[in-house]
Design a protein around this ligand. Sequence first.
Ligand code: PLP
Length: 507
Amino acid sequence: MSADGPAPDDAALPGPVPDVLARAYDPERFRADGHRVIDGLADHLAACVPTAATAPDDRPVIPYRPPGDALARWPADYGEHPGADDALAAVLAATAADSIRLHHPRYLGHQVPPPLPAAALADAAAALLNNGMAVYEMGGAATPQELAVIAWMARTLGLPATAGGLLTSGGSLGNLTALLAARQVVAGHDVWRGGAHAGPPLAALVGATAHYSVARAVRALGWGDGGAVEVACDDAYRMRADDLPRAHAAAVAAGRRPIAVVASAGSTATGAYDPLPAIADFCARAGLWLHVDGAHGAAAALSPRHRHLVAGIERADSVVWDAHKLLAMPALCTAVLYKDEAHAYAAFAQEASYLFAPEREWWNLGLRTMECTKRMMGTILDASLRTCGVGFFRAYVERVFALGRALAARLAAAPDFELATAPDANIVVFRYRPTPALTGLALDELQAALRRRCLEAGRWYFLTARPGGRHGASLWLRTALMNPLAGAAELDGLLAAIREAGAGAAT
Ligand SMILES: *Cc1c(COP(=O)(O)O)cnc(C)c1O
């Protein structure tokens, strides 16, 4: 043995697997824990989900506590030894008890869906199998499953047969990934090697209602404040395609080279869909990359009734689509789709020759993503599609869009409510205005106060928003109707709860 080789004691290792490790990996223990955990989660679901026989229980939809109180409930002291046999089920039951209940029909909050229960089970399987995904060998099923769901999503949007893409961890990262690809393809200089300052300063023309992740992506790309040139929206919060020439000229006058337009389908604040055909026409004329942020709304393509909202999306160079929004998947699962699959390799191309490389390894998905290791997102969506069928996803989208319309109709008919705009999708922005005399700051303060009361009481969960546009910086209420099991009782109940909280807030 050499002088720097292992010490004699180390050479004797390893002995038998220590008990603490063997116990943790014991398949029979997993089986027993699994039954207990699933029973607990099924009880959680049963307490939320209305059925023909039972109504949801009357616990709060959000067991709201001030953040400091919540922190005190979960101290950072962990014991040295394993707990009792039912310790895992007990911790998870306590987690569920302190969590917002997304499956409850009075959950009318963010764009986070009550996940499809079958997908939650697939997610647990993905966690146990834990394929690494970056290279094919670490994802023997997960790699073709990801490619299958990407192909299905591209086909659903009507993208051409040349299309392809990848799954990544969230729409924010997806927008950055697509803009990285756009830059590498359109900038005209090799930013990857030369850096952001190797050519003229670049810019994207970005709708006024774009998600904030686009502004972040532009900063991360190194384009600075002037890198996102705002395109105006109309009264319905849709991009004004007729403002694109002005925005383009403004970017050029500021010494920028515009390379892309970022459109929303639909936007986060109001769910409005930008007019994609007119935007695509402008991009074709001006030689710009069209990126469509369909994180929330691309799923409209699944429904014959709502497909028209995304007409023109098939002309996009890149599209982002969050399956953890209107495809009811657990977070996270985001598709970045490219009209030309070759561009999927552009974002992280170490070699300028990526476009032509015949040896491009399509089976090694890590070439296309910021992530090296990533979760088996494709497996979860693939398993859901194979078991629930496309019909589930179509029915989900149609139901939540119908809820959006039904809520808007109630608000429009109520003299003491105002609707910011007729909804395209399942996001509704409105405010409570018991008397027309109430304006300005007092009206804003009423929205904030009644929302706070409802949050703290925990019976209803909805949001506030500043939609901008013609309503300026005023404060409104907002709901994304993500729970397909909500119905007329919840829509009527929401108006009644707001009136009651509003009356309480005014006294
Ligand atoms: C939700 C959303 C995003 C951000 O997606 P994450 O998955 O939350 O990162 C981006 N764009 C739009 C339009 C969205 O609605």
